[in-house]
Design a protein around this ligand. Structure first.
Ligand code: G3I
Length: 364
């Protein structure tokens, strides 16, 4: 089957179509940093023809949105399900796209047998077996791992979780120690949201320094980047790029999306456990995005990518959390069933004005 994507021309209007001007995010940024996206199951299996054509054309890195999380890849104490993870590795090989493994140790999306586990020895056994088996299997097959995800509270202290409570405050360092051994050919990252904010950033820096002081390898830090288009913390992002890179590690923006909907708590915390009740007032753009909001959204991406380009020597990858607006987790979080517009491609996989702005900036 031949797929034609007629939309990826500078300008978007048919009068401006120019086949010599086909644009691509990964091409535009190839001398600067990787441009990634998160893939769901249908996309990994190439069941969605429009995504199947778009992803290899636009992106140089992929992260599985869910299928490498422990609940899915390690569903029973002695049982692993590598089917989908093997498929994303094959996808990466087929299109020469780097795969970032997401994620080895996270307090959320844990297998059922791990929930409410009381016995510290059993938690330790799970932790060790999980990292050894999963990181070991994909060593050199994935480019990198988010070894530990979201271990910090907003004030920079260690999050209360089954891992911190049963394994103690060294569990992050221990996770990297095990991952280093199991995956010597794979880059190892710490990943979290809001770590651009001063207190949480200080906590992340302390964690990273602790890993380094133990003589253990950490190659990078992932700032997730779930921000609101109207409220991007540019100054703190800049400070974070400088402070994290001063530790001698790569800085990445790993789950970028710019929400345009109201947040019930006026917050940027991407805690998946936060939930609020639906109301029409909280879903103002169900029938389409007003031009004024689209313009602010585009400006948000422009400001961000100007900053990313300023620090291109310190940044390893920018990954968007999803391929198009219709597939974004932000349609269902923190309120189910809303219509959000956080990415560069719309629900029909058409590039939005922000897409053209981001591509154009790379050429300047
Ligand atoms: O697979 C089941 C399906 O069988 C079931 O019918 C359906 C009913 O709700 O649920 C499906 O699972 C959902 C899963 O996504 C796959 O679509 C879960 O309910 C849903 O909770 C899960 O949400 C994911 C969320 O992590 C869960 O923790 C989002 O897709 C994913 O985008 C999000 O990603 C996280 C990053 O990993 C870490 N940083 C924050 C980011 C956003 O929350």
């Amino acid at each position: 089957m031949i797929l034609i994507i007629p939309v990826l021309y500078e300008g978007c209007s048919s009068s401006k179509k120019n086949t010599s001007n086909t644009s691509s995010l990964k091409e535009a940024y190839k001398n600067y940093f990787l441009i990634g996206t998160a893939l769901n199951i249908a996309q990994i299996e190439e069941k969605d023809p429009r995504a199947a054509a778009l992803v290899p054309q636009q992106f140089s890195a992929i992260t599985p949105e869910n299928i490498m999380k422990s609940a899915l890849i390690h569903p029973g104490w002695d049982r692993y399900d590598f089917d989908m993870a093997d498929k994303i590795v094959a996808y990466g090989n087929k299109y020469n796209i780097r795969v970032n493994g997401h994620t080895l140790i996270w307090h959320s999306q844990l297998p059922a047998f791990m929930r409410n586990m009381k016995d510290a020895d059993s938690v330790k056994q799970f932790f060790t077996n999980h990292i050894n088996t999963v990181a070991g299997r994909y060593d050199g097959k994935v480019f990198s791992w988010d070894v530990v995800n979201e271990a910090l509270e907003e004030d920079g202290s260690l999050r209360k979780s089954v891992f911190s409570e049963k394994l103690g405050s060294d569990f992050v360092t221990e996770a990297f120690r095990l991952a280093q051994k199991a995956a010597p050919h794979t880059e190892l990252y710490y990943n979290d949201y809001n770590i651009e904010q001063p207190k949480k950033r200080a906590g992340a820096i302390a964690l990273i320094k602790k890993i380094q002081a133990a003589g253990i390898r950490i190659d990078g830090v992932g700032i997730q980047g779930h921000w609101r288009a109207s409220n991007i913390p540019l100054k703190e992002i800049e400070n974070s790029i400088l402070e994290f890179s001063a530790l001698g590690i790569k800085v990445m923006f790993t789950e970028l999306d710019l929400g345009v909907l109201p947040n019930p708590w006026d917050s940027d915390a991407a805690d998946v456990n936060l939930k609020a009740v639906y109301s029409e007032k909280m879903n103002p753009y169900a029938k389409g995005l007003p031009d004024s909001v689209q313009t602010k959204f585009t400006k948000g991406y422009e400001d961000l990518f100007k900053l990313f380009l300023k620090y291109k020597d310190k940044i390893g990858r920018i990954t968007f959390w999803g391929v198009n607006d219709g597939q974004s987790w932000l349609n269902d979080w923190p309120i189910r069933g809303r219509t959000n517009y956080p990415l560069l491609f719309d629900r029909e996989f058409n590039p939005k004005p922000a897409y053209y702005k981001v591509v154009a900036l790379a050429g300047k």
